[in-house]
Design a protein around this ligand. Structure first.
Ligand code: UPG
Ligand code: MN
Length: 735
């Protein structure tokens, strides 16, 4: 990187701003001291209890909550924000000096403010679909017209499907020329959409000679590798379509396997030192995203040990106030907190990696080639000569690609070789090299390994957001995603956590990866109040005890604290409630099943599965303001399918309802003047908790009486009813 002696060259490309968050810390410590007091109270008064069981359970659960809270305090301690200055970068660095970037899996139009001849786009298609291939071909053609148009008029929203539908971008330029070109390009875009829609409606007639011949009668789970260079050496990025070889005899390792094939094919073809990874349901929302990332990656002084740059996961067209609690708002302070430690987690998409990081290098062994012999490279990276040479260049830090080398299509044969099923046999792929195997959250598994090698990472959140994606918009698909995450994260913890991480970074990973275990604690704690009411025991201090202020204080202060956190983010009261309640519902349903599936895998009953998130087709007709109130309410309503995932939640609800009904019946039978005494005797704390649990599960309550997809299916209902009934019966008879 040249630094001119101009003023601008002295200015930093990025600035880290650390907030110490003193008020938040103070409140967090108040909450912690209340939690500890509660534990002390439990231990001191253990002997005085008539019923040990609820007291002991409460002690265990609350110890866990305290542990979790300590993790939270450690993670949120400092909040780190990094500001990046692309203008300064552009002033000091000529376009020829920018590093090349290989883009993996992606949206239809990878168009950015970046020297395009430095970009290559690799699309991996695990479905081996001629339609995807066709769309990519047609979209590439369209891009040849669209990109110049964007550049000419400096258009910021570069995804045409957003540009032509959003209200904000009505013709900003009133020149005749612009109007004319705008109309033409809009029509062309309409044609493109129609073509693809038409193609989607009828089966592909794959003529023997056409480009589609390879897709003829192809079996999605058993076919040779298909690699096609759709476009190269134009003004646009190279575009390459890849459908890796599939064979039922080989495990394909889901997304991690696809990413490793992309890494190898791109290594052979273009070998860019940087790789950007985006999921197929994302689009680029900020044309300067690359420049922001470069500000961090090219900052020699600070960030030579920065292994990857993660952009936030934000979503478009998402439901208002986050009714299913899956839009990740509640991780804001956690993520900025981890950013102040070793660095934010890799979240599977919107992330720039240094290639050498994924090839297993550590920040201190800058030149691995000095100590690794050529045979060892074979053992690491497999038997492709082309790939080993490209990897050697990356590892030695020499020029990854020399000028006079061939275009991508010159490497098709080598690429097909490295995209084969058996290529990874006997190599370190998935174990030490590339994206790691063994967890459905391959992202976090890989990130733990990278951080464990001593790399740091950076969180880059420019305005507007760099990438926007889809979030599941129905309750069942949100749950499937949460289940996959909780199980995958737990597996990642089991597989990867070793002693090399920074201590507080390790704590952050514990916080993240223990979701699955949380489910058990949440489940027990939700049963506790009902159990106590039914059996006439207690797990909370009575109203006339002084210790009663501890749980009350905890409840009030904690909720106000979270509300205050949300208010600072500009979230609504409704969102606060939604996330609070989903904080109880999700662990007891989706995470619990995640936990069970990990256990099933540990005892050998099942294998890792990656249930792909349903991509609901949200058509752009929702951009009008015709959305009536009732529509809004209905999209936010819970829908149910036959999946048993909600069963534990329904059981919790039914048991707590039984308890409350029980209390009401008992009170109806006593004399009016004595009612208050009876209320006190039954336990105000327990009753309050039971009602609170019912409120948290209120959506399920509505589901008990809902119709069609809004109703809980009968099969789930009777199973839950049976379980709840048995629970109540057992409580009464044996405890
Ligand atoms: O066998 C597979 C399965 C998935 N994918 C791709 O993986 C990506 C993520 O899958 P998706 O179904 O969209 O899952 P999400 O829940 O949205 O994914 C989040 O969580 C995953 C980990 O569980 C991460 O890998 C993702 O990057 C992250 O966005 C998509 O681009 C898929 O095309 C494959 O290529 N092959
Ligand atoms: Mn997704």
């Amino acid at each position: 990187m040249t630094t001119n002696t101009e003023d601008s060259s002295c200015l930093p490309l990025q600035e880290k701003i650390i907030h110490h968050n003193k008020t938040a810390r103070a409140i967090e410590f108040v909450i912690l001291s209340l939690l500890v007091s509660m534990l002390v109270y439990r231990v001191v008064f253990f002997r005085d209890q008539n019923h040990y069981l609820p007291w002991l359970l409460a002690l265990v659960c609350e110890s866990w909550f305290t542990f979790q809270w300590i993790l939270c305090i450690c993670i949120k301690w400092n909040q780190c924000f990094t500001k990046t200055y692309p203008e300064r970068l552009l002033k000091r660095t000529s376009k020829f000096e920018f590093p090349a970037v290989d883009i993996f899996v992606t949206t239809a139009d990878p168009i950015f403010d970046y020297p395009t001849y430095k970009l290559s786009l690799y699309l991996s298609d695990d479905a081996c679909s001629p339609l995807t291939f066709y769309s990519l071909v047609e979209t590439t053609k369209f891009a040849q017209r669209w990109v110049p148009f964007c550049n000419k008029y400096n258009i910021q929203v570069r995804a045409p499907f957003r540009y032509f539908t959003s209200k904000s971008t009505v013709l900003q330029d009133d020149s005749l020329e612009f109007q004319r070109e705008w109309k033409t390009i809009k029509n062309e875009y309409g044609d493109l959409c129609k073509k693809i829609e038409l193609a989607a409606q009828r089966p592909f007639t794959c003529g023997r000679k056409s480009d589609f011949a390879v897709f003829c009668d192809v079996d999605r789970s058993d076919h040779p590798a298909i690699i096609k260079v759709i476009s190269e050496d134009t003004d646009l990025p190279h575009v390459i379509y890849i459908s890796r070889e599939k064979n039922p005899k080989y495990h394909h390792h889901h997304k991690a396997g696809a990413m490793n094939v992309l890494a190898r094919v791109s290594g052979v073809m273009t070998n860019a030192p940087l790789m950007l990874n985006v999921d197929c349901d994302m689009y680029a929302n900020n044309p300067q995203a690359f420049l922001h990332a470069m500000c961090m990656l090219l900052d020699y002084k600070n960030d030579q040990d920065c292994g990857f740059i993660q952009f936030p996961q934000t979503f478009y067209d998402s439901l208002k106030d986050d009714p299913f609690g899956n839009q990740l708002h509640n991780y804001y302070y956690i993520l900025n907190g981890v950013a102040a430690l070793q660095g934010v987690f890799y979240m599977g998409t919107n992330c720039f990696h240094r290639r050498k990081v994924l090839y297993g290098l550590s920040p201190n062994n800058k030149k691995i080639t000095e100590n690794v012999r050529y045979e060892d490279l074979h053992e690491f990276f497999g038997n492709s000569l082309e790939f080993r040479e490209s990897a050697a260049r990356i590892l030695s830090g020499s020029n990854p690609k020399t000028k006079d080398e061939k275009s991508p299509s010159g490497f098709i044969e080598a690429a097909i070789h490295v995209a084969g099923c058996s290529y990874e046999d006997g190599t370190r792929w998935g174990k030490k090299v590339g994206w790691l195997y063994g967890s459905a959250s391959e992202d976090v598994l890989t990130a733990i390994d990278i951080h464990g090698r001593g790399w740091r990472s950076a969180y880059c959140s420019p305005d507007p957001d760099a990438f926007l994606g889809c979030v599941p918009s129905t309750y069942p698909s949100a749950m499937i995603q949460q289940k996959r995450w909780s199980s995958g994260l737990f597996e990642a913890l089991i597989l990867a956590l070793k002693g090399n991480l920074w201590f507080r970074q390790a704590l952050a990973y514990y916080w993240l990866c223990l979701w699955a275990v949380r489910s058990i604690v949440e489940l027990f704690y939700a049963f506790l109040p009902a159990y106590c009411i039914i059996t006439g025991s207690h797990f909370l201090p009575k109203v006339n005890e002084r210790a009663f202020v501890i749980p009350v204080g905890l409840f009030v202060i904690y909720n106000i604290y979270v509300l205050w956190e949300f208010k600072r983010l500009g979230a609504s009261l409704r969102m606060w409630w939604n996330l609070q309640r989903m904080g109880r519902v999700t662990p007891i349903t989706a995470w619990l099943f995640g936990f069970l599936s990990v256990i099933a895998k540990l005892v050998g009953l099942s294998k890792t599965v990656f249930e792909v998130t349903q991509k609901e087709n949200k058509l752009s007709d929702s951009d009008g303001d015709t959305d009536s109130d009732s529509d809004d309410k209905n999209v936010a309503r819970f829908t149910y399918d036959k999946s048993p995932i909600i069963t534990p939640g329904v059981v919790v609800l039914l048991v707590n309802m039984t308890a409350v009904v029980n209390v009401v019946l008992r009170l109806l039978m006593v004399d009016c003047s004595e009612i208050w005494m009876h209320v006190l005797g039954l336990g105000v704390g327990e009753m309050f908790c039971s009602v609170w649990v019912i409120l948290c599960f209120w959506e399920f309550f509505k589901g008990l009486f809902g119709n069609g997809k809004y109703g809980i299916p009968f099969s789930v209902m009777w199973k839950s009813g049976f379980l709840a009934f048995s629970f109540v019966l057992l409580c009464k008879r044996y405890f």
